[in-house]
Design a protein around this ligand. Structure first.
Ligand SMILES: NC(=O)C1=CN([C@@H]2O[C@H](COP(=O)(O)OP(=O)(O)OC[C@H]3O[C@@H](n4cnc5c(N)ncnc54)[C@H](OP(=O)(O)O)[C@@H]3O)[C@@H](O)[C@H]2O)C=CC1
Ligand SMILES: CC(=O)N[C@@H](CCC(=O)OP(=O)(O)O)C(=O)O
Length: 343
C-alpha cells in the first residue's frame, strides 16, 4: 500500500521539487498540499508546469487533518514555521521530515545563528539530524541538513576522520545558484544584479556554520572551527564547494584517493571522480548525486576537495525523500533514480 504524504510550504522552490520527485515515487501518494498566501488556489494555477500532472487544491495548514489523512508530512517552509507548527506532530509522534533549519541545532546555537527564539529543548531532543548518505533515518522527526552543509560535510567526511591534517586549517569556499535563496525576491536576486556577477554574502555569519561544525566534531572532536564563505553565482541550480585543508603528514595523492574510495564504497548517491578529475556543478543538476573530486599539492601540502550537488535535490527535496525512504524501510533510491540534466 502507498504511503500518503502531505507537503507544507508546497508552493516554494523546495516544495514544488518535492511534488515533482514524489510524483514518480512508486510507493507514495501525494495527498495534501499546504501553503500560506495561496491557499484555495490549484497547484497548477501557481505552477503551470504541473498542468494535467498535479492539479490539487492548496489548503490552509491544519495539523489535525494532516495527521488524520496521511502517514507523514514534509515541511518545506522558511525557518521559524516548523518550530511552532510541527509541535503537535511531535506530541503525537507523527513522522515529520523538516527541510528547514528549525530543528538542526540546540537552543543556544539556534538563537545565536538564526537570531530568533528556538523551540523548547525537549522538542529539539526529539529530532535526528540525518545526512542521508551517511546514516539511517530512525527518529520520527528528521531535521534534513541544509544545502551547503550537505555538500560540505560529504566533502569532508573521509578526511575529518583521520589525523592527517591540521585541524585548524579547514577553509570552505561555497558557491550557490539563486534557487538556494527560495522564491522570495530580494535586491540581490534581481536579474540585473546577479546576471554576469558574483557576490559574497553572510561573511562569517552563515547559519550553516554551526550545523557543519557540530557534525564534524562527532567525527573528530579536535576540529575547533572552520572558515566558511558563501558566494552567490548567476545560475539557477547547483552548489559548488571547494575545501582547502593543510596536510601535516607526508602522503601521496593516491593514499588520500584510496581512503576516500574506501569510505564511499557502495554509496549509491556519492560519485567519487576519477583521480585528477574535479567535478563541475552542472554534472549533477537535476539529480540526487553528490560528486566529489580531489587534488593534492605536494609543494604547499594543501588538499583541495571539491563537491557539487543540486541544492534543491540532494540539498533539499531529494535528501528529504531519501530520509523518508529510510524511515519507512523502503529502498532509499525510490523516487530518486534521476540522471542529471545536461546541458
Ligand atoms: N532552496 C533551497 O535550495 C533550500 C532550501 N532549504 C530550506 O527549505 C525551506 C524551504 O525553502 P524554499 O523552498 O527555498 O523556500 P521558498 O521561500 O521558496 O518557499 C517557502 C514556502 O513556504 C510557504 N510558507 C511560508 N510560511 C508558511 C506557513 N506559515 N505555513 C505554510 N506555508 C508557509 C510559502 O508559501 P507562501 O508563498 O504562500 O507564503 C512558500 O510556499 C527553507 O527552510 C529553506 O531554508 C533547505 C535546503 C535548500
Ligand atoms: C543562495 C542562498 O541564499 N542560499 C541560502 C541557503 C538556504 C538554506 O539552505 O536554508 P537553510 O538555512 O534552511 O538550510 C542561504 O545562504 O541562506
Amino acid at each position: 500500500m502507498k504511503k500518503k504524504v502531505a507537503i507544507v510550504g508546497v508552493t516554494g522552490y523546495s516544495g514544488v521539487e518535492l511534488v515533482r520527485l514524489l510524483l514518480t515515487h512508486p510507493s507514495v501518494e501525494i495527498n495534501g498540499l499546504y501553503a500560506h498566501s495561496t491557499a484555495g488556489q490549484l497547484m497548477n494555477e501557481q505552477y503551470p508546469s504541473l498542468s494535467s500532472i498535479c492539479e490539487q487544491e492548496i489548503q490552509v495548514f491544519d495539523a489535525k487533518k494532516i495527521m488524520e489523512e496521511n502517514d507523514a508530512v514534509f515541511f518545506a517552509t522558511p525557518s521559524g514555521v516548523s518550530k511552532k507548527d510541527a509541535i503537535s506532530f511531535i506530541q503525537a509522534d507523527f513522522p515529520v521530515i523538516d527541510l528547514s533549519g528549525d530543528f538542526r541545532l540546540n537552543q543556544e546555537e539556534y538563537e545565536k545563528w538564526y537570531h530568533s527564539p528556538a523551540c523548547e529543548q525537549k522538542y529539539l531532543d526529539k529530532a535526528q539530524y540525518s545526512l542521508a548518505d551517511l546514516e539511517r533515518a530512525e527518529k520520527h522527526y528528521i531535521a534534513n541538513p541544509g544545502c551547503y552543509a550537505t555538500a560540505t560535510l560529504l566533502a569532508l567526511h573521509p578526511i575529518a576522520q583521520t589525523d592527517w591534517f591540521d585541524v585548524e586549517s579547514i577553509i570552505v569556499d561555497a558557491k550557490s545558484g539563486l534557487s538556494g535563496a527560495g522564491k522570495k525576491l530580494s535586491e540581490t536576486s534581481h536579474f540585473s544584479f546577479i546576471s554576469d556577477n558574483l557576490f559574497l554574502y553572510k561573511q562569517n555569519q552563515h547559519q550553516h556554520i554551526p550545523e557543519i561544525v557540530q557534525k564534524l566534531q562527532t567525527w573528530n572532536e579536535e576540529i575547533p572551527y572552520i572558515q566558511f564563505q558563501t558566494t552567490l553565482v548567476p545560475a539557477t541550480r547547483g552548489i559548488f564547494i571547494s575545501c582547502y585543508i593543510k596536510m601535516k603528514k607526508e602522503l601521496s595523492e593516491q593514499d588520500i584517493y584510496d581512503w576516500y574510495e574506501r569510505v564511499y564504497k557502495g554509496k549509491k548517491f556519492i560519485r567519487l571522480q576519477n583521480k585528477n578529475t574535479l567535478p563541475s556543478m552542472k554534472q549533477v543538476v537535476g539529480s540526487n548525486y553528490c560528486d566529489i573530486g580531489l587534488s593534492y599539492n605536494s609543494t604547499t601540502h594543501v588538499l583541495t576537495v571539491v563537491s557539487v550537488i543540486d541544492n534543491l535535490i540532494k540539498g533539499a527535496a531529494g535528501q528529504a525523500i531519501q530520509n523518508f525512504n529510510q524511515l519507512f524501510g523502503m529502498d532509499e533510491t525510490l523516487g530518486l533514480q534521476l540522471a542529471p540534466v545536461f546541458p
